[in-house]
Design a protein around this ligand. Structure first.
Ligand code: NAD
Length: 502
């Protein structure tokens, strides 16, 4: 069975413990590879390698760093199909989605930060003194040193590289940990980094459990900053551990996003996009809109059409081109999502569509001939599938509508006024993203200004420009990723004041 390896000091290595964790294929429910069960010893090796690499990497010209990062981007692009397949096998997502979104975005992350690093400028302030003298202040931005990047399972390579690329571009050396639930593409990235000639120790990837390998990264004295994406509870723990050590923190956490639909919207565009914003990636995108509020005159029409469209989504083999909804990432996660559907019914919710897990175990898993075939073949879809689920009749403030489910479950609810829907939208602890559908420009702006979320999409969803600030308010996180913001995060500002003598 394939054994994933850590990537430390430029080498692919086994974990110090010699122990491995099982890696499941969510579509088949079978173990198909093994993950290093790394611990603080592996993290120590990785931090040492990163510390050793830092003096040279941090002083390398931005242009040379750019060249290496662009080579990594080109290799990811070369292996697009194999990486998309690996992501699908590891995560359960449709391969078509990985091919169109996840892997191209990993390429874009490297290209964006490789080039951005060549356009960084810092500030200077001229200070006129009382006696007519002068001082010049200028700001240095110096890479922090060794930093930790920890990412979740829902968009594995996409989010892993979204952290690593700016850290490397800024001149930091990295100790990174992908989710133990979806480690495969991070492992493949290790090999591409070696092929691209990334100097040894600049990027170190340690696999394993969050509570073991992850916490060892967070608590290591030499790790100067943690860039984390994952659940709010984990973020809270990381903040508690890192704060007394005065580490810089960027936390991208959970969401419970509203999708607000006014009666004057472009109906067809809204309907098509709302199916995607509700159920893409089996609803496992932190930006999915899980609370859908519809202006009353449109409610019944929307309800009928939405159910109709959703009931035609094809659930099944993640590797088949025609599949819209693949497998849920793990058995535990499937059980969590089902428990929320049960809770919704207890809270008075009416299931309009879906609501159950699906048995596809008679269907064959069509693994492509070329990749990984020796590991998994002649398998059936015995994994974890669930019907996309629409629920109505829930109060806006019940638990189903307040807690993050992170699955293919949405609630729909009518509203009458802007003030009412704002109260609904802002009533949760989260504040990651919101979507608003209206053709009324003033209303769009009024709503955007008042809604409590870090990202607001008007008449669109998941339209991303990598230059924009990305992140959440309230319990959805601290700090912003994206653009120059991320490069600034990985650097320390130093003001130099020179008094000028004439
Ligand atoms: P998680 O918090 O369980 O795990 C995320 C990562 O943290 C994994 O690599 C895990 O191993 C590691 N980890 C766990 N405990 C740790 C610890 N004590 N110390 C250090 N590392 C630890 O989250 P998940 O289940 O993998 O991901 C789902 C969550 O991620 C959802 O809440 C979702 O909303 C959120 N998410 C947020 C964004 C965003 O941009 N805001 C994007 C994607 C996912």
């Amino acid at each position: 069975m394939l054994k994933i390896e850590n990537h430390i000091g430029g080498e692919l290595t086994a974990p110090a413990s010699g122990e491995y964790l099982d890696n499941f294929n969510p579509a088949t429910g079978e173990i198909y590879s093994l993950i290093p069960d790394s611990d603080e010893r592996d993290v120590e090796f990785a931090v040492c390698a990163a510390n050793k690499a830092f003096p040279v990497w941090s002083k390398m010209s931005a242009e040379l760093r750019h060249d290496v990062l662009m080579r990594i981007a080109a290799l990811i692009e070369r292996d697009l199909d194999a990486l998309a397949e690996a992501e699908s096998v590891d995560n359960g997502k449709p391969k078509s989605l990985a091919k169109a979104v996840d892997i191209p975005r990993a390429v874009a992350n490297f290209k964006f930060y490789a080039t951005a690093a060549m356009h960084v400028s810092t500030e200077a302030h001229e200070t006129i003194l009382g006696n007519g003298g002068q001082a010049i202040n200028y700001t240095l931005r110096q890479p922090l040193g060794v930093v930790g990047c920890i990412s979740p399972w829902n968009l594995p390579l996409y989010l892993f590289t979204w952290k690593i690329a700016p850290a490397l571009a800024a001149g930091c050396c990295v100790v990174a940990k992908p989710s133990e639930i979806t480690p495969m593409t991070a492992y493949l990235l290790s090999k591409l980094c070696i092929e691209a000639g990334l100097p040894e120790g600049v990027l170190n990837i340690v696999h394993g459990l969050g509570t073991k390998a992850g916490s060892a990264i967070v608590t290591h004295q030499d790790v100067k900053a943690i860039s984390f994406t994952g659940g709010t509870k984990t973020g809270e723990w990381i903040a508690r551990e890192a704060a007394p050590k005065f580490k810089k923190l960027s936390l991208e956490l959970g969401g419970k996003n509203p999708n607000i639909i006014f009666a004057d919207c472009d109906y067809d565009e809204m309907l098509k996009t709302t199916v995607l914003s509700s159920f893409s990636n089996q609803g496992q995108i932190c930006l999915c809109g899980s609370r859908i509020f519809v202006e009353r005159p449109l409610y019944e029409r929307f309800k009928t059409d939405f159910i109709e469209k959703v009931s035609h989504l094809k659930i099944g083999d993640p590797l088949a081109e025609s599949t819209n909804i693949g497998a849920v990432v793990s058995k535990q996660h499937l059980e969590k999502v089902l428990s929320y559907i049960e809770l919704a019914e207890e809270e008075g919710g009416k299931i309009l569509c879906g609501g159950k897990s699906i048995d596809l175990s008679n269907e064959t898993y069509n693994l492509d001939e070329r990749n990984l075939k020796s590991e998994i073949q002649n398998l059936k879809l015995k994994g974890w599938f669930i019907e996309p689920t629409i629920i109505e009749n829930l109060p806006f403030d019940c638990r189903t509508n307040r807690e993050e489910i992170f699955g293919a479950v949405v609630s729909i609810q009518p509203f009458d006024t802007e003030a009412e829907v704002l109260e609904y939208a802002n009533s949760v602890e989260y504040g990651l993203s919101a979507t608003i559908w209206t053709e009324n420009l003033s209303r769009a702006h009024r709503m955007a200004e008042r809604i409590e979320s870090g990202i607001v999409w008007i008449n669109c969803w998941l339209l991303r420009d990598l230059r924009t600030p990305f992140g959440g308010m309230k319990n959805s996180g601290v700090g912003r990723e994206g653009g120059f913001e991320a490069l600034r995060f990985f650097t320390e500002e130093k003001n130099v004041c020179i008094k000028v003598n004439y």
